[in-house]
Design a protein around this ligand. Structure first.
Ligand SMILES: C[S@@+](CC[C@H](N)C(=O)[O-])C[C@H]1O[C@@H](n2cnc3c(N)ncnc32)[C@H](O)[C@@H]1O
Length: 333
């Protein structure tokens, strides 16, 4: 009896997998046909939407289990890997996904090398047009605007720190860095990225640490507090416990009357399926409650107010926490 029910379950699972494979074949075949007709925008758009839905149905575990390999073995993969954006993420030349050079593709900074095929360039452009890439560009502009806004509010030069600072592209949206900034600290574990940031923003009041977030957690930064403390493109990689600890440590760095901003990709982001199947790029997607939980280790007596909001596409959630201007004394017996 047991043997029979096990056999029935296995063949049911095989049937489901067979049906899913047929569906995936249709999705990938349609994309291949679009590419063969040089309709790269339609091909990438269709692929992202359909793989996104497939991921919502089957989940990351099933993607890792077999869907990813199944997709990669389809001939459309040879087209997609001609796109520098997809290929770099898949290959991970720096040893991790989402390095600052990859993010520069999204920011459309720098020219593509001659060696890339026409199809590769077109697919690359189509990927960069996606809504999640819009959200990454919005994120940099938003942080630039927040730096400008903090200067306007304080009516004096301000201090700020970016953790996992990458190439610090948001600084291109800060007009008059030397007029507005007293000192600005960047911190990133990737020395190559930090060198690019130093070259692009050669300000004497910009200090970049070649350090990992462990340096922040271990309280090794020079004693200083900042009007604005933020971290973009980091929390999507941090497990819940570490994210809460990091939030708490970052809030310690906020000066009285200052603010902390932490973005995180939202659940249901349409391109997640494409990223997991063809880019080997895994993020931790969160909802509002999970972003709220970043604050679980904060001393709320120090919090003036907080807000959780999203970008216009709804792809990224932002936690902004404002610190009280005057911190109440703690009563101890
Ligand atoms: C997605 S990029 C974001 C860069 C930049 N903040 C932006 O928004 O364009 C992620 C950055 O986090 C850095 N990073 C990842 N893990 C880190 C860690 N444990 N400590 C310090 N930096 C880290 C990487 O080196 C990379 O520059």
């Amino acid at each position: 009896m047991l043997v029979q029910s096990l056999t029935t379950t296995t063949s049911h699972q095989e049937n489901i997998q067979g049906i899913t494979q047929t569906l995936i074949d249709r999705i990938l075949d349609k994309c291949l046909t679009d590419f063969e007709h040089e309709d790269y925008i339609a091909g990438v758009h269709h692929l992202c939407v359909r793989l996104g839905k497939l991921l919502q149905t089957h989940g990351t575990d099933t993607f890792q289990d077999w869907i990813k390999d199944y997709c990669l073995s389809h001939p459309v993969s040879q087209y997609l890997m001609q796109s520098p954006f997809t290929k770099r993420c898949f290959d991970k030349p720096r040893g991790y996904a989402g390095d600052a050079t990859l993010i520069d593709y999204i920011y459309r900074i720098g020219d593509l090398k001659e060696e890339h095929s026409e199809a590769g360039r077109m697919i690359h452009d189509a990927c960069i047009m996606s809504s999640c890439c819009d959200s990454v560009r919005w994120r940099a502009q938003h942080l630039g605007r927040e730096i400008n806004k903090m200067f306007d509010q304080k009516r004096r030069k301000i201090s700020a720190i970016s953790i996992a600072s990458g190439h610090l592209r948001e600084l291109s949206y800060v007009d008059g860095f030397d007029v507005k900034i007293e000192n600005f600290v960047g911190l990133d574990q990737d020395e190559n990225s930090n060198d690019v940031a130093r070259t692009n923003f050669p300000h004497s009041n910009l200090f970049i640490f070649d350090e990992s977030i462990r340096y922040v957690l271990a309280k090794k930064l020079p004693e200083q507090s900042f009007d604005l403390v933020y971290s973009t493109g980091l929390f999507d990689y941090l497990e819940d416990k570490l994210a809460s600890r990091m939030t708490s440590r970052m809030f310690d760095l906020v000066a009285p009357g200052g603010s902390m901003i932490i973005p995180n990709f939202a659940k249901g982001m349409p391109e997640q399926g494409y990223m997991e199947a063809f880019m080997d790029w895994y993020l931790i997607y969160r909802d509002e409650a999970q972003v709220f939980d970043f604050m679980s280790e904060l001393n709320m007596d120090e919090v003036e107010s907080y807000d959780i909001y999203s970008d216009p596409s709804g792809n990224v959630l932002y936690l902004k926490v404002n610190k009280k201007g005057c911190i109440p004394l703690l009563h101890t017996n």
